[in-house]
Every structure is written in structure tokens, then in C-alpha cells.
Design a protein around this ligand. Structure first.
Ligand code: NAI
Length: 503
């Protein structure tokens, strides 16, 4: 029978598919109510995630543990170790009531019904898979710790982003080292929060994903964790599926998000060469409901601790599965990201009359994105490395990143080989105005709101900089026409150079 127009699905949204999520309401097998949670790893994920669980579940006691005493001390102080809008309020309202931070890992594990493993899983630096594979040493050591001290049944939850089938390795470790009588059920519950909006994302997640074995115990464990989230997340947004799909979904989500950024950045190069404007192109394509507007902002490239690491992990997985073409496909997303940073640097060199030697560059922003103090894999680190190779002098200002963190990142092996030279070339300013003082160019690297022309006094900046007054917008946050009126020569990613005409 021919479908009528009214019966056709509207838009490209896939209708909810019952088969794809085991409906939680049908989990009528008995399951345990979680009363005590332990979270191993008090980092960017463990801290905010479990603070929100405590905030929304007053009857659950949550203890976040870490081996790093300084980090735990900071969580117990007025100056939390990470900056995240809304985090202070959440932590301070429940800390000491049902939320605790401690280095006593043994006690927290022993007392918990459910344990989140939220430790770091960085890219391996040496050995087999170096540069691609995830270093699972921290996950393994946390798992061994759980096996060693547990004297009762535990639900062990992978919160860290891990390669597909990590749960199977954890099971082997727990089975081989656990005490008789203590049973372990492993779940995958990847975290989809984005730094900078973590609290908002945690309070209103698009979905919560829980992967379990499709066994009676596996389903019961999934139901116990689902009950915790049900304290604030609508049941239909808590999705349950098989363990391996859940593990792979996290890598897949990050790979697809990063791919969108690399795709628009690849198009930005074409825009610069043709007179098209990448902001207009992304607006036009984003209106197509099949594409959507998010993650289509051209920039100096993605950063952060996850995108690159997780794609490289996917590349490694593909190669291990003897799928070299698949590996090459995903690797290109990372290659394009590096290309974008080199391209931006070349544009700056070309605009500044083909040399940066001895010139002062004011770098606005060092965090990998706004509203976080996190600098891991920040584009700023690579750009500053390139500027230094061109013998430029660099003055850096960031509203949230500590000075000591900037020095730490710039002195990392692979970024610098001569720390004395680094100190001669780089200074850290306490305001954008100070950074811009006598600069040959101002470069916007992070999209902090305070760098927008509605907040920063660009007339004042113009008075301070050398002429011609160059400004490079690596985040497409400035009003080009307004700044040109002041007298700036404005160079924007994804728009042609000021001295080129495509009329
Ligand atoms: P992080 O490095 O900020 O925190 C990890 C913490 O675990 C550190 O404080 C470390 O001292 C602690 N730790 C390591 N081994 C331990 C052990 N055996 N016992 C106790 N503490 C231990 O890392 P972050 O950013 O929180 O990431 C954690 C995991 O979450 C990673 O797998 C990451 O890929 C994933 N993830 C990160 C997101 C992010 O935006 N940062 C978002 C989603 C997932």
C-alpha cells in the first residue's frame, strides 16, 4: 500500500527502536538498591559526575577517592582542583553530607555496593601500540585494588573511556584475584559530558548509556545503576545494551564529533582560497536537519584530553582487527586537525611579511576551549611551539589557566628542548591588554567570552599594538567589520586574507 504524505516520518530522526535498548521497565528481576558508591579517580570526570550523583541522590553516600593527595585536598578546600561552571555550588551543597573526598581507597571500596572506575586512560607513549593504543595501566591497577580489598559483592562500572572488550580483561583480573564469596558484575557506563558544560550535561544528559552482559546478573546490575540515574534522568533516556556496543559507542561518539570539526576545518581551507565564508557555509549546511548545526564551527582545531586519544584508540583497534583502510579513514581526522594548526601558523607568517623573527605575538587563550582550565592537547601548545620555531616572542594570557600549568605544558618533551630559550621567548600576562602591549599581532586561540569585541576594549588594544595592527581570529568570535573600522587588519579562519579580493 502506498504511504500517504501524512504517514511518512518527518525529518531524519530515527524513531525509537525498542530492539536497540532493552526496556528498563521490563527488568523485573530482583536487583539491589545502591546505598554506597565509591568512585576511583577524582579527575575531570570522576569529580563532577559523582558530585552530581550525590547532589541528586541524597539517600546515596558517595565517596570519591584518588591516590593524589593534593587533588583530594583541593576537592576538600574552597579552591576546587578544576574549573567548571556550576561545580562549586554542587560540591559545596553536598560535601560532608553524602559526598566525601578521600585518599583512603581501601575503605571506600570495601564499603561500596557500586564502584565507578574513572581513572585516566592516556595514549601509550612507549612500547607496542605507542602513539595510538590506550594505556590501560591505571584501569588495571584500580581493578586489582578492587579485587584485593573487596569482601562483599560489587558492581564495577567502567566510567573511563576504554577500548572495546576492556570489561573482559577486568573480569579476568577480578576472577583471578577476588576473595571467595565476593561476586563482581561489570558494567560499561561511558561518560558523555563535555568540559565547560559538564554540570549542565550531567544534570540534563541526552542519554545515559549502560552496557551489561545479557545474563540475569548482568541485567540486575544494570537495573541497579539505572535506579541511581533515575533519581533525576527520565527512564526513557537511560539506554541499556550489550557491553561491547556500549564501550564502542563512546569511541564512536567522539570520533564522529571530531570528524565534524575536521570536516568543517577542511572546508575552511577551501573558503580561504575561494572567497567563500566558512561561517556562512556551516550555517547553510547546518540548517539541513539531516546534518544539524552543532560542531560545525571552524577553528584552529580541536583539543582536549579525549578526541585525539579516542580516535587514535579507534585507529589502533581497526589495525588490530586487520582493517587498515578503516584505520586510515579515522587517522585522517587527526591529521586534518594538525594540518589546520600548521595552516593557521603559515597564514600568520605570510601576513606578518613572511617573518616572525623577533616579533611579539599576543596569544589570547591557552585552555583547549572556553569555560575550562584544562589545557590537555590544547591547540595553543602546538601553535606556540610553531611560533617559537619561527623565533617569535610570545605573550600569553588566559583567564583561568594557572601560570605554572602554562610553563609545565610548554616545557613538555616534544614541545621544547631548551627551557632557558623558552623562558626568554615566552612571557605570561595578567590581562589581554598587558599581552597586547607593543605586540605585532594579537591571536585569539581560545573562544573565551571575555575576548569578544563586546567585552574587550579593542580601541584600547589598538592603541597598544604596533601598526599595521594585525589580529588573527582562530575561533570566529570577533566582529570583523567593527574591528576593521577601528583600524585593525583582521584575519579570520575560513575567510580570505585581507589583501586578497575575489570580487
Ligand atoms: P584525570 O586525569 O583528570 O583523572 C583521573 C584521576 O584518576 C587522576 O586524579 C589520578 O590520580 C586518578 N587515578 C589513577 N589511577 C588511580 C588509582 N589506581 N587509584 C586511585 N586514583 C587513581 O582524567 P579525566 O579527564 O577525569 O578522565 C578519566 C577518564 O574519563 C578517561 O578515560 C577519559 O578518557 C574519560 N573521559 C574524559 C572526559 C573529559 O572531558 N575529561 C569526558 C568523558 C570521558
Amino acid at each position: 500500500m502506498a504511504a500517504t504524505l501524512d504517514s511518512l516520518p518527518s525529518g531524519a530522526v530515527t524513531p525509537a527502536n525498542e530492539r536497540l535498548s532493552r526496556p528498563l521497565d521490563s527488568i523485573d528481576i530482583p536487583h539491589k538498591q545502591v546505598k554506597k558508591i565509591c568512585c576511583i579517580g577524582a579527575g575531570y570526570v570522576g569529580g563532577p559526575t559523582c558530585a552530581v550523583i550525590a547532589y541528586r541522590s541524597p539517600h546515596v553516600q558517595v565517596t570519591i577517592v584518588d591516590l593524589n593527595q593534593a587533588r583530594i585536598d583541593a576537592w576538600n578546600s574552597d579552591e576546587l582542583p578544576i574549573y567548571e561552571p556550576g561545580l562549586d555550588e554542587v560540591v559545596k551543597s553536598v560535601r560532608g553530607k553524602n559526598l566525601f573526598f578521600s585518599t583512603d581507597v581501601d575503605t571506600a571500596i570495601k564499603e561500596a555496593d557500586l564502584i565507578f572506575v574513572s581513572v585516566n586512560t592516556p595514549t601509550k607513549k612507549t612500547g607496542v601500540g605507542a602513539g595510538y593504543a590506550a594505556d590501560l595501566g591505571y584501569v588495571e591497577s584500580a581493578t586489582r585494588h578492587i579485587a584485593k580489598v573487596s569482601t562483599s559483592d560489587k558492581i564495577v562500572v567502567e566510567k573511563s573511556t576504554v577500548p572495546c572488550r576492556t570489561a573482559s580483561s577486568m573480569r579476568k583480573i577480578l576472577d583471578a584475584n577476588g576473595k571467595p564469596g565476593a561476586r563482581f558484575d561489570i558494567l560499561s557506563n561511558p561518560e558523555f559530558l563535555a568540559e565547560g558544560t559538564a554540570i549542565r550535561d550531567l544534570l540534563n544528559p541526552d542519554r545515559v548509556l549502560i552496557g551489561s552482559l545479557d545474563t540475569e546478573h548482568g541485567r540486575a546490575a544494570a537495573a541497579s545503576l539505572a535506579d541511581v540515574y533515575a533519581n533525576w534522568v527520565p527512564r526513557k533516556q537511560v539506554i541499556t545494551m550489550n557491553l561491547w556496543s556500549s564501550e564502542l559507542s563512546k569511541l564512536a561518539a567522539n570520533a564522529l564529533l571530531a570528524q565534524r570539526i575536521s570536516s568543517i576545518n577542511a572546508l575552511s581551507a577551501i573558503c580561504e582560497a575561494t572567497g567563500a565564508d566558512v561561517d556562512e557555509v556551516s550555517y547553510a549546511v547546518g540548517l539541513d536537519s539531516r546534518i544539524g548545526p552543532k560542531f560545525l564551527k571552524a577553528s584552529v582545531g580541536f583539543g582536549g584530553s579525549c578526541f585525539q586519544k579516542d580516535i587514535l584508540n579507534l585507529v589502533y583497534l581497526s589495525e588490530s582487527l586487520h582493517l587498515p583502510d578503516v584505520a586510515a579513514y579515522w587517522r585522517q581526522v587527526v591529521d586534518m586537525n594538525e594540518h589546520q594548526k600548521r595552516r593557521f601558523t603559515q597564514r600568520i607568517i605570510k601576513s606578518l611579511f613572511n617573518t616572525l623573527t623577533g616579533k611579539k605575538l599576543a596569544v589570547l587563550g591557552f585552555a583547549f576551549k572556553k569555560d575550562t582550565g584544562d589545557t590537555r592537547e590544547s591547540a595553543a601548545i602546538t601553535l606556540i611551539k610553531y611560533f617559537r620555531q619561527e623565533q617569535a616572542k610570545i605573550s600569553i594570557y588566559d583567564p583561568k589557566v594557572e601560570e605554572s600549568q602554562i610553563w609545565y605544558d610548554l616545557a613538555e618533551p616534544g614541545v621544547v628542548d631548551d627551557v632557558t630559550a623558552l623562558k626568554k621567548q615566552v612571557t605570561i600576562a595578567s590581562s589581554a591588554y598587558e599581552a597586547a602591549d607593543d605586540a605585532d599581532a594579537v591571536i585569539v586561540v581560545t573562544e573565551w567570552d571575555e575576548f569578544r569585541d563586546t567585552q574587550l576594549d579593542y580601541e584600547k588594544i589598538y592603541q597598544k599594538v604596533k601598526k599595521p595592527a594585525f589580529i588573527f581570529d582562530g575561533r570566529l568570535i570577533l566582529n570583523q567589520k567593527k574591528l576593521e573600522k577601528i583600524g585593525f587588519k583582521v584575519e579570520v579562519i575560513g575567510r580570505s586574507r585581507a589583501d586578497e579580493s575575489f570580487e
